[in-house]
Design a protein around this ligand. Structure first.
Ligand code: SIN
Length: 301
C-alpha cells in the first residue's frame, strides 16, 4: 500500500479553515518537521492533506503541536496515513475505539490504564509481521513535565547511506529473521504470557536487511534489536558480528532526533525508514498517557 487518503469518508469540504494550508517547518535535526496552523480535530481539506503527506515522505516524522483530539478524531486523522490496524495486545485497547492502544503508567481501580514502559528498545513497529506497519501516530494526552519519557527517532536512510560502499554491498543481498515472540516477551510479558497457539499463529518472518521505500525508492536499514534473531545465509559468528555492528550503528547520534513531548503533541512517523525508541521517566512521580494508532504497510522488498 502506498501512502494515501483511505477508505474512511472524510468530511473534507466541510472543515473549518478551508483554503488555508498548514505550515511545515523542518526540525533542526537529522529528520522531522513541525506542522502547525492546522486543527486536526476536523478532517483537513484535500489540499491540506496533500501538504501533510508530502511532509511525511520528505521528513519521515511530523509533530503537530497543540492538538485537542478526542478518540474519534485521532482514528479519523490516522486514515490520512493508511488503514488503521488494531494492535495484537488486546489488554490496552480503547473499549470504544479499538484502533487506539493506550500507553501509560497510570492505573484505574488497580488496573493498568495502558501498556507501561513499552517500546524501550530501538524498533520499527511490528517489523515481525509479513507486512509491518506503515505509520504510527502517538498523541500525548498527559506527558511527564520533568523527568523524560521522550521518544528517540533514528533515520534509517541516513544510517544506510553512511555505511562504506563495501558494507552496503555486503548487506544488500542479506535477509534477517524477525521474531514476534521475542518482541512480545520483551514488551508485553506483564500483560500475560503467550499461549502455545498464539506462538504457532505468529511464526518468524524474514525481511531484507536493506529495504527499498515503496514511495520514495530510497534504501534504508531494516533490522531492529527488538525482534531480529539472526541474519540468514551467513555463519552464526558473522550474523552476530553484523548485528552487533548494525545495532550500534542505528543509534549513532548523527541519525537521531530526540522528541521531548508536550501535552497535545501528535507525532506521526514512517516506520519504513525510521526506527524509534521510548525512554524512561520517573513513573513514581509523573504520569504519562499516550494514545497510539498504527497503519498497514506493505511487504518490504
Ligand atoms: C512506541 O514504541 O510505539 C511508543 C514509543 C513511546 O511511547 O515513546
Amino acid at each position: 500500500m502506498t501512502l494515501s487518503a483511505t477508505s474512511e469518508p472524510a468530511p473534507a469540504a466541510a472543515h473549518a479553515g478551508a483554503g488555508k494550508l498548514p505550515r511545515v517547518t523542518p526540525i533542526d535535526a537529522p529528520l522531522g518537521c513541525v506542522v502547525d496552523q492546522i486543527d486536526l480535530s476536523q478532517m483537513p481539506s484535500a489540499e491540506a492533506a496533500g501538504v501533510i503527506r508530502e511532509a511525511f515522505l520528505e521528513h519521515r516524522l511530523i509533530v503537530f503541536p497543540q492538538q485537542k483530539l478526542h478518540e474519534a478524531a485521532l482514528v479519523q486523522v490516522s486514515h490520512l496515513f493508511g488503514e488503521p490496524v488494531v494492535h495484537h495486545v488486546g489488554e490496552y485497547l480503547d473499549a470504544d475505539f479499538p484502533q487506539i492502544m493506550r500507553l501509560s503508567n497510570n492505573t484505574v481501580d488497580g488496573k493498568p490504564l495502558g501498556a507501561p514502559n513499552n517500546g524501550i528498545y530501538w524498533h520499527s513497529d511490528q517489523i515481525f509481521r509479513e507486512q509491518p506497519m506503515l505509520a504510527t501516530l502517538l498523541y500525548g494526552v498527559e506527558t511527564p513535565a520533568r523527568t523524560g519519557g521522550d521518544t528517540l527517532f533514528s533515520d534509517m536512510y541516513a544510517a544506510f547511506e553512511a555505511l562504506s560502499e563495501e558494507m552496503q554491498a555486503r548487506l544488500l543481498p542479506l535477509k534477517a529473521v524477525h521474531s514476534f515472540v521475542a518482541s512480545y516477551e520483551r514488551n508485553y510479558i506483564r500483560a500475560r504470557k503467550l499461549s502455545a497457539q498464539e506462538k504457532a499463529d505468529n511464526p518468524d518472518v524474514t525481511h531484507p536487511v536493506v529495504r527499498t521505500h515503496p514511495e520514495t525508492g530510497r534504501k534504508s536499514l531494516f533490522v531492529d534489536p527488538d525482534s531480529v534473531t539472526r541474519i540468514l545465509g551467513v555463519s552464526d559468528e558473522e550474523s552476530a558480528e553484523l548485528l552487533t555492528f548494525l545495532f550500534a550503528h542505528i543509534e549513532d547520534a548523527r541519525f537521531v532526533y530526540r522528541h521531548a513531548w508536550q501535552q497535545g503533541d501528535l507525532a506521526v512517523w514512517d516506520n519504513r525508514c525510521l526506527m524509534h525508541c521510548a525512554t524512561s521517566y520517573d513513573d513514581s512521580s509523573e504520569i504519562r498517557l499516550m494514545f497510539r494508532t498504527q497503519t498497514q504497510g506493505d511487504r518490504p522488498f
